[in-house]
Design a protein around this ligand. Structure first.
Ligand SMILES: *Cc1c(COP(=O)(O)O)cnc(C)c1O
Length: 351
């Protein structure tokens, strides 16, 4: 059985070998203040720069999850309050956590078919950070990087934090467009859950220092102090970091993966366009995600389709929340092999 669920999702086939190697190299018993771990951290950060083209002066931090990153940003970087632009469940949850810490948090909800209208957007001067979900996994939408760039140009004095949990490692991101980026590894990175990554520009680090928040176990100032010497503030998920490093070493630079992901999405779209019973959940190609495809249909048909797919060894991702009975999702993630993807297309075409 192969899963097309968009997180946790299918892990890369090479993970079995990496796990064996992790055990054999002894890294799993290494102290996180040892040279072995510090090298592992530094090498992984270098790989983010080489393979994903993260700018040289940005810093990579390890956390437990994307959810933890939401809270770290709200607690340690936001000064007066944040403003959240979201269309679905993940973006809304981020907004809710921030609001819990700070009642003055603002928001703007996007419709799934509506591209962000940057020119028409009004964000009050009291908000010093814009929080945006670039790829909304729950409803299979995205905010394009062109619009992220336009947002940055309109609000040069506000900091932008971008949730790319289900797109980083899948599509090429222009990290110069924002100061704060994050993800977790069980989506496009194709690895077991339990590790989050947070990427900060020098400006974001300076903002954290000027805020001066400290004293919590995950206060960013405390994390950064440790990260300076490639250590972590608590005993980290060393296995997760090791798997990430090995996997990134074995993969080409992101432009190659990006091209593959986009090609596959086009093929999927073509098959759905020809189907009599299924439609794309998101009609607007400008707001449609490149890494998570949502497919809609009548309740009974969706139910039968999912069952038949399971019998053929393929598990579809469920629709999220209220969309559950009338849709399903397909993770267009890099860990899906060419053969698995071909089988999925064939099944969709012939069903
Ligand atoms: C999965 C996901 C999250 C949550 O990730 P965790 O690692 O479970 O905390 C947050 N944002 C988006 C867009 C996601 O897809």
């Amino acid at each position: 059985m192969i899963t097309f669920a968009p997180g946790p999702s299918k892990v890369f086939d090479q993970v079995g070998q990496y796990l064996q190697d992790a055990f054999q190299t002894g890294i799993l018993s290494a102290n996180h203040r040892s040279a072995a771990f510090m090298n592992l951290y530094q090498e992984t950060e270098t790989l983010f720069k080489e393979k994903l083209h993260v700018p040289e002066d940005y810093k990579l931090l390890f956390t437990s999850s994307a959810t933890e990153n939401w809270e770290i940003i709200a607690q340690s970087i936001v000064e007066s309050s944040s403003f959240h632009i979201y269309s679905g469940s993940f973006g809304k949850k981020w907004y809710t956590f921030a609001q819990h810490l700070n009642e003055a948090t603002g928001s703007h909800k996007l419709g799934t078919e509506d591209a962000l209208d940057v020119a028409g957007l009004e964000i009050d001067g009291k908000h010093d950070l814009i929080a945006i979900t670039q790829n909304e996994t729950s409803n299979a939408t995205e905010v394009s990087q062109e619009l992220l760039g336009a947002l940055g140009e309109k609000y040069p004095d506000k900091m932008i934090a971008v949730d790319t949990t289900s797109s980083m490692g899948g599509i090429a991101l222009d990290f110069s467009l924002a100061d704060i980026w994050f993800a977790s590894v069980q989506k496009c990175f194709g690895l077991p859950a339990g590790l989050g990554v947070l990427i900060l520009s020098p400006k974001a680090i300076a903002k954290c220092e000027s805020k001066g928040e400290s004293g919590r176990y995950n206060s960013l100032s405390f994390m950064l102090e440790n990260a300076k010497i490639y250590q972590t503030h608590y005993t980290p998920n060393v296995l997760g970091v090791y798997l990430l490093k090995r996997s990134m070493e074995d993969h080409p630079e992101i432009q190659v993966t990006d091209a593959l992901v986009r090609k596959r999405m086009k093929e999927l779209e073509t098959v759905i366009a020809q189907s009599k019973k299924l439609t794309m959940l998101v009609q607007n190609s400008e707001t449609r995600s490149k890494t998570v495809m949502g497919i809609a249909g009548e309740e009974l048909f969706i139910k039968e389709f999912k069952k038949a797919a399971e019998q053929a060894g393929m598990q579809m991702g469920s629709g999220y929340g209220p969309l559950k009975p009338t849709s399903f999702r397909i993770a267009n993630f890099p860990a899906i092999t060419e053969q698995e993807f071909e089988n999925l297309l064939k099944f969709l075409k012939e069903y």
